[in-house]
Ligand binder design. Structure first.
Ligand SMILES: [Zn+2]
Length: 113
């Protein structure tokens, strides 16, 4: 019967065996380097570049007060594109209606007699 603690043999690779307790020692590359600043709310340590506290959820990065120029420009361009598409679609429908001689029965208001 095989066990998780039995050596693992992969052809072409050196034989690998877990330690007797089955727990690998941490390699230095596995552990992120901590730096001085800790969470101001709960005191948990954090690594450089970390935006949120993993313990209490406090944001470390300063929130942006206003959206960036690119965001506003993109929203405006998208709005213009959608409005232009709606106008073009209405024009195409109107042109087809005139060409095919279909009455505009939904917008035409009959005169009173
Ligand atoms: Zn925290």
């Amino acid at each position: 019967m095989t066990s998780l603690l039995d050596p693992v043999v992969i052809p072409g690779e050196p034989e690998f065996q877990l330690p007797g307790d089955g727990i690998l020692a941490p390699a230095s590359g596995d552990v992120p380097q901590s730096f001085d600043a800790a969470c101001t709310v709960c005191g948990a340590s954090r690594v450089e570049g970390q935006d949120w506290c993993l313990e209490c959820g406090t944001a470390f990065a300063a929130p942006r007060a206003i959206p960036g120029v690119q965001t506003v420009a993109l929203a405006g361009a998208f709005t213009l594109l959608m409005a232009g598409g709606a106008v073009a679609a209405r024009g195409i429908i109107e042109l087809a209606r005139i060409r095919l001689g279909i009455s505009d029965q939904f917008t035409h208001i009959p005169e009173r007699q």
